[in-house]
Write a new protein. Structure first.
Lengths: 115, 162
């Protein structure tokens, strides 16, 4: 059983690493958030799911599983808040971007500014 | 009913966190769950308007979990490919898609699912519209965009929450 745990933790670490590389290589905050949220959520969840395989289903393992559920719920919400906050405080998209409907709608008054 | 569900959820989380059936722990848990329920009674649980405990909802939810994890795994391989590729092949932009979901909880779940699946990140939800940052905009047609981004989860979430 502990081998499965170690395998899950290793793969999780690899995904966390990809997330960090993405954070460095991608051009603007929105793209970076994409890498950070997706990879870090799955990576960290895999690490936490690996823990009960390693320790057995005891107090530690169950706490790790609950943490995995919380991260799964809160991490995208946090990313959502960061992206929305950045856009509303005027952080521009990368110049290679192909369009920004959100900005158009803010200027067109469909979305209330500063709400 | 709503309060009871909240209380039960709080108590189960407490039992899982302490992982012991010692009477002292259970007694403390009953008290703490009561406090937590009192504080969050209007926030935490919002039951669907009709048939909240119909088994079909839970079966759809069980179906949703593997679908979600499959897309999440794909999302991660996709990001890994993009960040490891020497040229960083991205074509980002913010698109606007429409959802048919009505309740807050289903929109939240939809937004979270979109954020964790390939190449998309929800930036804002305004009424029926979601503003989604897409790392690789494949098409400029709004209908097609909606189909790609929203439809794969919308149907399942409709069955679970609405």
């Amino acid at each position: 059983m502990s081998e499965i745990g170690i395998a899950l933790i290793s793969v999780g670490l690899a995904f966390d690493l990809f997330g960090c590389i993405g954070l460095v290589r991608l051009p603007d905050i929105y793209n970076r958030l994409q890498a950070a949220t997706k990879c870090v959520t799955l990576g960290t969840c895999m690490i936490l799911i690996g823990v009960p395989f390693y320790t057995g289903l005891n107090a530690i393992g169950v706490k790790a599983l609950i943490c995995a559920v919380f991260i799964l719920l809160t991490s995208p919400t946090g990313a959502h808040a960061l992206a929305r906050g950045s856009h509303r405080s005027g952080v521009p998209l990368w110049e290679g971007s192909v369009g920004d409907k959100y900005k158009e709608d803010k200027e067109g008054g469909v979305v209330e500014e500063g709400a | 009913m709503k309060v009871f569900v909240t209380y039960l959820a709080a108590f189960v989380v407490w039992l899982l966190l302490t992982w012991s059936l010692d009477p002292q722990e259970v007694l403390a848990g009953l008290a703490v769950s009561a406090l937590a329920t009192y504080l969050t009674r209007d926030l935490l649980v919002e039951l669907p308007p009709s048939k909240p405990f119909h088994p079909k909802r839970y079966l759809w939810f069980l179906y949703y979990i593997p679908v979600f994890f499959w897309h999440m795994l794909r999302a991660n391989l996709d990001v890994a490919y993009r960040v490891l590729h020497p040229e960083v092949p991205i074509r980002p932009g913010i698109v606007k898609v429409r959802t048919n979901l009505k309740r807050d909880i289903s929109k939240t779940m939809l937004a979270n699912s979109i954020t964790l699946t390939p190449g998309t990140l929800t930036v804002d939800v305004v009424g029926d519209f979601l503003y989604v940052h897409w790392i690789n905009v494949r098409t400029d047609d709004p209908e097609e965009q909606t189909r790609i981004i929203v439809r794969r989860f919308e149907r399942i979430l409709k069955e679970v929450f609405e």
